[in-house]
Ligand binder design. Sequence first.
Ligand SMILES: *Cc1c(COP(=O)(O)O)cnc(C)c1O
Length: 366
Amino acid sequence: MTLPLSKVLARVPATTPFVGPETIERRRGCPFRLRLGANESAFGVSPKVTAAIAEAAARANWYCDPEHFDLRTKLARKHGVEIENLVIGEGIDGLLGTIVRAFMDPGDTAVTSAGAYPTFNYHVTGYGGRLEFVPYSAEPANDAEALVETARQIGAKLLYISNPDNPTGSFLGRAASAHILDRLPEDCIFILDEAYAEFAPQDGLPSIDAADPRVIRLRTFSKTHGLAGMRAGYGIAAPETIAVFDKIRLHFGVGRLSQIAAAAALDDAAFERQVVREVAAGRRDYAELGRSLNIAALPSHTNFVPFDFETEARSGRMLSLLEDRGVFVRRPGAAPLDRFVRVTVGTAAEREDFAEVLRDVLRDLD
Ligand SMILES: *Cc1c(COP(=O)(O)O)cnc(C)c1O
C-alpha cells in the first residue's frame, strides 16, 4: 500500500539534520573518549540546577505549567521585556519548527547562508518551503548585505542567521543587524538565532527591541547553562507574534523538570560568568594549538573553534582519523566550509587530551 501522506510530505526527502554521537558509537562498537562535536557545554551545570532538579524529581508525574509562567517572569526581568514578549519551546530547534509553521506556506522561500545551521533547513523542507542559499563572505561570515538583498529579490518569507554564527564562529555587530532590518522587505521575518549570545562581546549584541514585529530573537539554555539534554529555549518577539505561537506550540513540550532547571540556571549568574571565562580560555588554547601545528584556526565568538584543513578531502580524512582515536568532532556540511573541522571547547584536561591526539594523527594525515 502507498501511505496516504500529505501532499507536502510526499515530496519531502528523508533527511536528518544531525547524526548523533550515539549513532556513531553504536557503529564503532565503543564509546567516544572525547565528545567535542556537538557544542555541548564541557562545564556541567550549576549546583543550583542539580539541587532544583533533585527536589522536583518526585513530581515528574505532573505535567508542566503550560504557560511557563515562572520561567517567563524571570526571563522578562532579565531582558527588560514583558512576559507577553516571551515564548518557551523545546530548545531553539523546536522553536524554529514553530516559526516556520507559523509563517511559511508550501512553496514560500526562506533565505539563509550556504552551510549554516541545518535544523532551520530541516524545518523549511519539512513544511514544504524552499531554501535560497547565500554564500558566506570570504572571512567566512554571514554576508548581511547579500542575505538581505537576496531576500528582497525573491520576496522571501523568512531570513535566518545565527549570530554568533555556527559553524564559522563569526559575529556580526550591531551595524550589520541594523542594516538587515533597514533593508528587510515587507512581509519578511528576520530570525536571529543567538544560541551563543553569552559568548559574544555584549556591547555588540543589538539591543532587545521586542516591539519590532519583524524580528524574532532566539536564545537557549543548552550552551552556557549546560542544559542541552533538558530541551529548553526561548524566543523574544512582539506580543502579536508570541500570540500566534500560542495557537500552535506544544503546550507540554518542555517538561516540568526542564522548566524548573532552566529557571534555577537563571539564579546563578556567577556560574554563567565562570563558564564564559573558561570557554574564552579554551578558545585561546585552541588558537595556540593551531599556531603550534601550523593549522589555521578561525577566530570564534562561540564555544567551538573551526580548524582549517585546507581541502574537503583532508578535513574528511582528519575526521575519520580522529574518530578512529575516539574523538567526536563535526565538519560543516557544505562547501567551502567543509574544509574546516569544528571542535567544541572542552575542559582543560580534555583540551590537553585533544592536543595530544591531534599532534599524533597529523603525522598520518598526508
Ligand atoms: C546549538 C545550537 C542550537 C540548538 O539549540 P537548542 O536550544 O539546544 O535546540 C540552535 N542554533 C544554533 C546556531 C546552535 O548552534
